[in-house]
Design a protein around this ligand. Structure first.
Ligand code: ADP
Ligand code: MG
Length: 402
């Protein structure tokens, strides 16, 4: 059976019904301020359609990784305010996840109201490995929407997670794919089924161990894999190069060595690196060859010669997937690598390549560095989810909608 979508739910009629929506509102924050509202903006169409149709909308989402309990630093309060503005409707924030305040507010909703539950990860059952614990939280969520409730899965960034608000709740309620999830899956299907060659993958960022796992799989599918960001140093180390104080995943060096042996002609590493003494915006930057990183310095960006080589590679690609910034783009002195590679992808897209950007920070980089969002074929809200899809893995949050 095909996945039911938001349109199917709207056709059934939602006026007066409680509809639980799992959104991805996990935006980057700096001192309580939202630095990139991309995920909030992407969540609006589904929420707006439901509220306009008179549903009692209850939104659940997470923010950051609070460690096993309530932590005011991870409150969704700034998100509720921003979502209200984007939605053009007041969004109430419950004081708890599924507690007395959430329940009272849910009962008080009238048609078209929107209630945001507090950070779902304040409840440790959300991410529990114990099925019965997750199911108990899912049941508490179901109670909020009542008897004739429905569940809309719209948090694409979390569909690769088997979590209570993503997976278990869908087993208890009639379930539908939201606008965002449906759109994301369509693009990824296009990327996997009909990718025109050459197919180039650009990988960077800081979640090194997560991403190393995908390279093996992508190496058999892509014509070239360009590696920068924090993950390139484990590869450089595998080549016997000393990487100073750069980000290094020592236990993965052997894996990287094997990958280089098997896929040496597919994997491309930077040849020069911008280094500094400290991980700080004002730490003086210097460009060195990748095999000459000083022992007391760390690599915070790829250098201009690497950008030149990567640009050449990307210029004739017909399909491009990019996940992870090439450097610490948040600091202007270390943003040039990310900007240069992003510009190369925009140029290739202009010549007809199909390009997809995945990853919260990569998407944020596009906007912060002033690149045109429409310069890419698609900017995905989910890094991990899109990577796992491209790897050919089953995404629990999508599977459960089938
Ligand atoms: P995405 O969210 O796009 O999947 P990640 O979360 O994996 O990307 O990584 C993004 C982070 O990686 C950025 O905050 C960036 O500052 C950081 N980063 C990039 N290059 C380096 C580096 N050389 N050393 C340390 N951190 C880096
Ligand atoms: Mg990230």
């Amino acid at each position: 059976m095909a996945v039911q979508t938001l349109d199917d739910l709207l056709a059934e009629g939602v006026s007066g019904r409680g509809v639980l929506v799992r959104s991805d509102l996990n935006v980057p924050l700096d001192g309580g301020k939202i630095t990139d509202p991309g995920r909030i903006i992407a969540s609006v169409p589904t929420l707006k359609a439901l509220a306009d149709a008179g549903a009692k909308v209850i939104v659940t989402a997470h923010l950051g990784r609070p460690k096993g309990g309530v932590d005011p630093a991870f409150s969704l309060a700034p998100v509720a305010t921003a979502l209200s503005e984007r939605l053009g409707r007041h969004v109430q924030l419950a004081g708890d996840v599924v507690g007395t305040d959430a329940l009272a507010r849910a009962e008080g909703l009238t048609d078209g109201d929107v209630l945001l539950l507090e950070n779902i990860r304040f409840d440790p059952r959300e991410t529990s490995k114990d099925d019965s614990e997750r199911l108990a939280l899912a049941k508490a969520l179901v109670e909020l929407v009542g008897e004739d409730g429905a569940f809309v899965s719209d948090g694409f960034g979390v569909v690769h997670r088997k979590q209570a608000s993503v997976y278990d709740v869908a087993t208890l309620l009639p379930h539908y794919a939201g606008t965002l999830v449906a759109a994301e899956v369509k693009v990824l299907q296009q990327l996997t089924s009909s990718s025109e060659r050459p197919y180039a993958v650009v990988l960077g960022g800081s979640k090194v161990s997560d991403k190393l796992a995908v390279i093996e799989n992508l190496a058999t599918k892509a014509d070239s894999i360009v590696i920068g960001g924090g993950m390139c140093f484990t590869f450089l180390a595998a080549q016997g190069v000393s990487v100073g104080t750069s980000l290094l995943q020592e236990e993965m060096i052997d894996t990287c060595r094997q990958l280089l042996e098997t896929y040496g002609d597919v994997i491309h590493l930077p040849v020069d690196i911008v280094v500094a003494e400290k991980f700080a915006a004002d730490s003086p930057a210097e460009t060195v060859w990748a095999d000459s990183i000083p022992a007391d310095k760390m690599g915070l960006d790829i250098g201009p010669e690497s950008v030149k080589r990567f640009t050449k590679l990307l210029s004739n690609a017909r399909t491009i997937f990019w996940n992870g910034p090439m450097g610490v783009f948040e600091f202007p002195a270390f943003a040039a690598g990310t900007k240069g590679v992003a510009e190369a992808i925009v140029a290739a897209t202009g010549k007809g390549a199909f390009s997809v950007v995945g990853g919260g920070d990569s998407a944020a980089a596009v906007r912060q560095l002033g690149l045109p969002e429409d310069g890419f074929s698609h900017i995905s809200t989910g890094g991990g989810a899109s990577l796992e899809y491209l790897e050919g893995k089953t995404l629990p949050g999508i599977e459960v909608l089938n």
